[in-house]
Design a protein around this ligand. Structure first.
Ligand SMILES: C[S@@+](CC[C@H](N)C(=O)[O-])C[C@H]1O[C@@H](n2cnc3c(N)ncnc32)[C@H](O)[C@@H]1O
Length: 243
């Protein structure tokens, strides 16, 4: 039986059912604040720490390492040994992922991603510098490059992963990371999608579709979270349910 320290509602691993279960308990809000998001990220991390879930944390699509920094501080304050790995190419969506998105979903979804592509171009050295300035170089390690490639031979320091937090938006990089990293998922590990906006969706795409596929193929339960204004979906790894 799952014992989440935050609100979570089990949802059926069936796309239609997920849509029906969308959070009607939450009042739509115009915007998610940074405080809401930080609170959600801290709660997710505390769940991992409080339940002694083995393994390191992965921030997939880390960009400026907003998430990684929050988790690294929680880990340091708790005096436990876990590393946070931030994956990004610091260039935005790859052409390969965008084309795949066009093929798999509606072309408008790829169009939307293309229009925001330049937003994610970042000088990687500035991210390394800020981690150094915050004295978090022992806690955070950046894995730079295309997630489709960098996750292939990646091995976490502890030998396992407790949290795969997916915020790269695109399906291709998300499913590649899940497939390449799932051998490291520990019992109780969470595979989370970054969402944050409680407006009901009518269609699952990108990282959420990847998590849904993982949940169905590996027979692991899927949940929807409610952290005040932050809502999301995630799968919980139960090693005894993996065929
Ligand atoms: C929504 S942004 C991440 C925002 C960040 N997590 C934050 O909280 O500020 C998506 C990120 O995924 C990265 N990304 C998308 N596809 C990628 C791929 N195939 N390989 C590496 N990085 C990728 C982009 O460069 C971008 O930084």
């Amino acid at each position: 039986m799952s014992n989440f320290t935050f609100k979570a509602q089990k949802i059926n691993s069936n796309e239609q059912k997920i849509i029906e279960c969308l959070p009607n308990k939450i009042q739509p809000i115009p915007e998610l604040t940074e405080r809401d998001k930080k609170n959600a990220l801290v709660q997710i991390c505390n769940h991992i720490i409080d339940n002694n879930i083995d393994g390191d944390l992965v921030d997939l699509g880390c960009s400026g390492c907003f998430n990684s920094i929050i988790w690294a501080r929680e880990i340091r304050d708790s005096n436990i040994k876990k590393k946070v790995y931030g994956f990004d190419n610091f260039k935005g969506y790859t052409e390969y992922d965008l084309k795949e998105c066009e093929r798999k979903f509606h072309p408008d979804i790829a169009k939307g991603l293309r229009s925001s592509k330049s937003r994610w171009k970042l000088d990687a050295s500035s991210v390394y510098k800020s981690i150094k300035k915050l004295r978090l170089t022992n806690e955070i390690e950046i894995v730079e490059g295309d997630i489709q490639e960098t996750t292939k031979n990646f091995k976490p320091q502890s030998g396992s992963i407790s949290l795969l937090y997916i915020d790269c938006n695109v399906y291709g990089a998300s499913i590649a990371a899940i497939n390449n990293l799932k051998k490291y998922f520990s019992d109780g590990a969470l595979i989370f999608s970054d969402s944050g906006f409680p407006h009901p969706e009518t269609f699952l795409d990108g990282e959420k579709e990847a998590i849904l596929e993982y949940s169905v193929s590996e027979n692991v339960p899927m949940f929807r979270t409610f952290f005040g204004n932050f809502s999301s979906i995630f799968a919980e790894v139960k090693n005894d349910t993996i065929p």
